[in-house]
Design a protein around this ligand. Structure first.
Ligand code: NAD
Ligand code: UD1
Length: 332
């Protein structure tokens, strides 16, 4: 298994995964419509790996684009990142989210079926757990009704792969990926005002935003702010290499598997911001604000299954994640 199709490979997690794939000896083929990324990413990857990966501009909702892709390249496996991912926006534009995330997945699987490609790794999310009663969550935790159309597309995506048993699939539930490649050549490029915590923190520290609002200080958590499981995007990238190795090596594995990808360490918003300041020697102007609608008080992973079965665990510290995030922000 050498040639790997990476849909959404120009995006935040996809671009870091492409670096890990190249370093592990795979030949990635990036397929992306650039709706949330730019072609400059290719330069960044080339500066790290010494080689520009193959990039094909196309849309996963287009059967014609996919046909041309699979006809022209001998693909052994697919990593499917391409999706829309803004939770709030998904409630405003549910059809767009279902079309892109579900329509795109089905179109991709149909093209794979037609071309005899059976191996797929799917980007799922910790959002599928909603507001779970017990922490940390493991993969056997029952899934509640999704809290947003976005979350619903991740639950449905997992289910579609479960039902489509001709494929050998691995669903990866990412917790909160942050940071950037330590070189600072690639990172996260949020368009407009960031929704997620760390891009907001780096922009506030850089003076691009007046101040960070901490959403809620009255949660039943040790310091009153919400708790999450942040992991370095390069650790997450490596997990995809581990998932491909599993698809490749183990013939008697179940046709569908799901893994949590997190550190297993709960971190509060307050701790994250204070650690950022200490590690980078900069101040993050901030104010306390009300809770953000739809946020859960706490969510962190039991990542034991990924360690046991994939041989993967997150290695970078919170300090390293925040140092690399700041390094990237300063190079923007
Ligand atoms: P991103 O927006 O940076 O990357 C997604 C890429 O997919 C972009 O380059 C975009 O241009 C492309 N894309 C979107 N729709 C497409 C289409 N129809 N055809 C072709 N390309 C398309 O997002 P990311 O943070 O790298 O997330 C990657 C995946 O991981 C997504 O499926 C997302 O839902 C999932 N995920 C992300 C997070 C996170 O915190 N970033 C957490 C959990 C799950
Ligand atoms: C969010 C999404 C989740 C998605 C993930 C990655 C929601 C409800 N959840 O997770 O589905 O998989 O992003 O895209 O949107 N915070 C602040 N101030 C800010 C921004 C965030 O205090 O300006 C807090 C939030 O309230 C939260 C924590 O920081 O407690 C992390 O927020 P964020 O980075 O947006 O991630 P999640 O909400 O965990």
């Amino acid at each position: 298994m050498k040639q790997v199709l990476v849909t959404g490979g120009m995006g935040f997690i996809g671009s870091h995964t492409v670096v890990s794939l190249m370093e592990a000896g795979f030949r990635p083929v990036i397929f992306d419509n650039l709706c949330n990324s730019s072609e400059d990413v290719l330069e960044g990857i080339a500066r790290i790996t010494g080689e520009k990966p193959l990039f094909i501009k196309g849309d996963v909702t287009s059967a014609a684009d996919l046909k041309a892709l699979f006809t022209g390249h001998n693909i052994d496996a697919v990593i499917h990142f391409a999706a829309l991912k803004a939770v709030g926006e998904s409630s405003e534009k549910p059809l767009e989210y279902y079309h892109n995330n579900i329509g795109g997945l089905i179109c991709l699987l149909e093209a794979m079926q037609e071309h005899g490609v059976r191996n797929v790794v799917f980007s799922s999310s910790a959002t599928v757990y909603g507001s779970a009663a017990h922490m940390p969550v493991d993969e056997d935790t029952p899934l509640p009704p999704a809290m947003s159309p976005y979350g619903s597309t991740k639950q449905m995506g997992e289910r579609i792969l479960f039902d489509a048993s001709i494929f050998r699939s691995i669903c990866l539930r990412y917790f909160n990926p942050i940071g950037a490649h330590p070189s600072g050549h690639i990172g996260e490029l949020p368009l407009g005002v960031p929704n997620n915590l760390v891009p907001y923190v780096t922009q506030a520290a850089a003076g691009l935003r007046k101040s960070l609002t901490i959403f809620g200080e009255d949660y039943q958590t040790p310091d009153g702010t919400a708790v999450r499981d942040y992991l370095h995007v390069m650790d997450l990238a490596e997990a995809h290499v581990a998932a491909l190795n599993r698809l490749q090596q183990v013939q008697d594995r179940p046709h569908w598997e799901v893994f949590n990808l997190g550190t297993g360490k709960p971190i509060s918003v307050k701790t994250l911001v204070e650690t950022f300041e200490q590690v980078n020697g900069v101040l993050v102007p901030r104010v306390m604000g009300p809770r953000r609608q739809g946020d859960v008080p706490e969510l962190w992973a039991n990542p034991g299954r990924a360690k046991e079965v994939l041989g993967w665990n997150a290695e970078h510290s919170l300090a390293a994640m925040l140092r690399d995030a700041w390094n990237w922000q300063q190079k923007l």
